[in-house]
Design a binder for this molecule. Structure first.
Ligand code: SAH
Length: 247
C-alpha cells in the first residue's frame, strides 16, 4: 500500500504513512511490512503488537479532519440525517460549508451535495476535507449563497449560517415539493426569526435539540458511568417541508 493507511486493533485506530517506518506507542510499524498489505491484512509492530489494515470510515476521518472554530458535531449530524429524508437519490444544497464535516456526512449518503462557503480560506479547508475522505460527489462553491443559487429541485437544504431567515424564501424556490429545509441555529431568537420569515410553501415539520450522553467505559477499573464533562447545548434544528409550488 502507498500513502495513508488506516490501522486498528482492540486498543487503538490511527492513520499512518505507508511509505515510511512509524513509531507508535505500541512499537514501530515497518514500511516494508505495509508494502503488500491490503484491507484485512495483519501487521505486527516490532514489539509484537498486532494491528489490522482497514478501510477508514466517517468517524475515523472526523478525528483527522481540519477543524474550524464552528463545526456540526456528530450528535447533530445524526439528527440532521435522520430527519432529512436523504437517500442515494437525493440532491443536497448546503451553506456554509465551514470545515465541511456536515458536507461529508451528507455526501456519504446522498447522490450529490452543492455547498456554498463565503470565505475562501474555509472553502479551501472544506475541499481538503472532502478530498481526504475521497468523495467525488461534492461541489464547494466559494460564494455568498445570497448572490444566487445554482441548480433547482433540491431534496434537502441545510443552512448553517447566522441569518437563515434571510434565505428562507430563496432556498424554498430551489427546493423540490416534499423536500426539506433544516436550519442549524444556536439561539432560539434565530429560530423565531426564521419561522416568521418562512414563505407559505414551507411548513414547520419539527424543532429539536439533540443530546448525546457519552459514558466512561473502563471495565478493568470497574468504571461504567456517564462522563462528567462533555458538550451540552449546540444548536436548535428546525426542519421545514416544502408543501406547495408557491414561493
Ligand atoms: N456546518 C459547518 C460549519 C459552518 S459555520 C461544519 O460543520 O463545519 C458557518 C459557515 O457559514 C462559516 O464558514 C461562514 O463563513 C459561512 N457563511 C456565512 N454566511 C454565508 C453566506 N452568506 N454564504 C455562504 N457561506 C456563508
Amino acid at each position: 500500500m502507498k500513502g495513508k493507511v488506516f490501522l486498528l486493533n482492540d486498543a487503538a485506530g490511527f492513520f499512518i504513512d505507508a511509505d515510511r517506518d512509524t513509531n507508535t506507542e505500541f512499537g514501530i510499524i515497518k514500511a516494508k511490512d505495509l508494502k503488500k498489505a491490503k484491507p484485512g491484512s495483519r501487521i505486527k509492530t516490532h514489539t509484537g503488537k498486532v494491528f489490522f489494515v482497514a478501510d477508514p470510515s466517517l468517524p475515523d476521518f472526523y478525528r483527522r479532519m481540519i477543524r474550524l472554530p464552528q463545526i456540526i458535531t456528530p450528535k447533530d449530524i445524526g439528527s440532521i440525517i435522520a430527519h432529512s429524508g436523504i437517500d442515494r437519490n437525493s440532491s443536497v444544497l448546503e451553506a456554509g460549508a465551514g470545515s465541511g464535516f456536515a458536507t461529508c456526512a451528507m455526501a456519504s449518503i446522498a447522490k450529490n451535495v452543492v455547498s456554498y462557503e463565503i470565505r475562501k480560506d474555509f472553502a479551501k479547508v472544506a475541499r481538503k476535507n472532502v478530498d481526504l475522505i475521497g468523495l467525488d460527489n461534492v461541489t464547494i462553491i466559494n460564494k455568498d449563497i445570497k448572490k444566487g443559487i445554482k441548480g433547482k429541485g433540491f431534496d434537502f437544504v441545510l443552512l448553517d449560517l447566522p441569518d437563515p431567515w434571510s434565505l428562507a424564501e430563496k432556498v424554498s424556490r430551489s427546493m423540490k415539493i416534499g423536500g426539506r429545509l433544516c436550519t442549524y441555529s444556536p439561539s432560539i431568537i434565530q429560530v423565531e426569526r426564521t419561522i416568521k420569515a418562512l414563505p407559505p410553501a414551507l411548513r414547520v415539520e419539527t424543532l429539536i435539540t439533540s443530546n448525546e450522553n457519552p459514558w466512561k467505559v473502563e471495565m478493568d477499573r470497574d468504571i461504567l458511568r456517564p462522563e462528567s464533562s462533555g458538550i451540552k447545548h449546540t444548536a436548535f434544528l428546525l426542519f421545514c417541508r416544502k408543501v406547495s409550488a408557491d414561493t
